[in-house]
Design a protein around this ligand. Structure first.
Ligand code: NAD
Length: 284
């Protein structure tokens, strides 16, 4: 029998712990963690994501600072807003909502965020810190996966972990975090030869390929833990990168879509905001 890992429940626990930490910080230092979200343009999906992040910030007793720039904002204008937030001691964390309009240089703008306020963990400095195993804020989706694995007590030390996907947002930092947990890590991607042969070697299989139903029974060994990061909207509802019904009965644990990794991302963003507030005034 396969255990379904309940991401909604774990996310609720993480958020409850953050709310407690926020209250404690307010009591002991009178500091209130503040997340500044920066939205450029009017992409409806981005507006929804930012709205739900801001709402969760307030629900957990933190402060919500928001900047909305027009789709026509120049590189210099966005940079100026980020620099102002970076210099503002009242701002704990800065989140630049992606994707940016195509005329902007995304990497250059992300890198204006100081590592100590980089709650998405996407700056070059944060990525370097993760690669070197140094203190820093970690990307939210992969750290949510680690939290799910921890909550389900999945052994990672010495385990064979296979990550499908090598994006800067998910796959790469996922592999780096699993390495820090002392797993033996393999990264598969779109150029991998015989994907099934690679994934069948996994005790822990994390799938972030962005291909609906990519992974099925032929990819999974008995007893493996399968974490599905993929999210796809279809006429029949949300689906992931894993054909979950096929791996039930083979895997020991799976995450559902929806209700698996999805709810963890925002919970880890809240945890990062609290952590950034604890670091306030330091340079890391
Ligand atoms: P991406 O498109 O940037 O990267 C996909 C990666 O998968 C690439 O490295 C590519 O090499 C690899 N890949 C593509 N096709 C493959 C194949 N056939 N076999 C093996 N590898 C293949 O996507 P991303 O940003 O990493 O996101 C991946 C998925 O996770 C998407 O479905 C996305 O919607 C979802 N996602 C979910 C959350 C969340 O909060 N749960 C957050 C971010 C992304």
């Amino acid at each position: 029998s396969t255990q379904t890992i309940d991401g909604k429940a774990v996310a609720a626990q993480v958020k409850a712990a953050v709310a407690e930490g926020v209250a404690e910080l307010r009591r002991t230092t009178s500091r209130v963690p503040t997340l500044a979200t920066v939205l450029v343009g009017d992409d409806p999906a981005s507006a929804v994501y930012v709205g739900s992040k801001r709402r969760t910030v307030r629900e957990l007793g933190m402060l919500d600072a928001h900047r909305h720039l027009p789709a026509t904002a120049t590189q210099e204008e966005v940079a100026a807003v980020l620099d102002e937030l970076a210099a503002d001691p009242a701002v704990s964390g800065i989140l630049l909502q992606l994707p940016l309009p195509a005329h902007l240089d995304e990497g250059a703008l992300i890198d204006r965020i100081p590592a100590s306020k980089d709650v998405d963990g996407l700056t070059a400095e944060s990525a370097g810190r993760l690669a070197r195993g140094e203190t820093g804020l970690r990307p939210c989706t992969p750290s949510g996966v680690i939290e799910l694995l921890r909550s389900a007590e999945v052994p990672l030390v010495g385990a064979n972990a296979v990550v499908v996907g090598r994006s800067t947002l998910v796959g790469r930092p996922m592999a780096a975090l699993l390495l820090l947990e002392h797993a033996t890590v393999t990264i598969a991607h779109s150029r991998t030869r015989d994907l099934a042969a690679v994934t069948r070697g996994a005790d822990v299989l994390v799938v972030a390929a962005g291909v609906p139903g990519l992974i099925g029974a032929e990819h999974v060994s008995p007893g493996a833990t399968v974490i599905d990061v993929g999210i796809h909207r279809t006429p029949s509802g949300l689906v992931g990168d894993v054909r979950t019904e096929e791996v039930l009965g083979i895997a020991s644990r799976v995450t559902p879509v929806p209700g698996g990794v999805g709810p963890m991302t925002i919970a880890m963003l809240m945890q990062n905001t609290l952590e950034a507030a604890r670091w306030a005034g330091t340079t890391l």
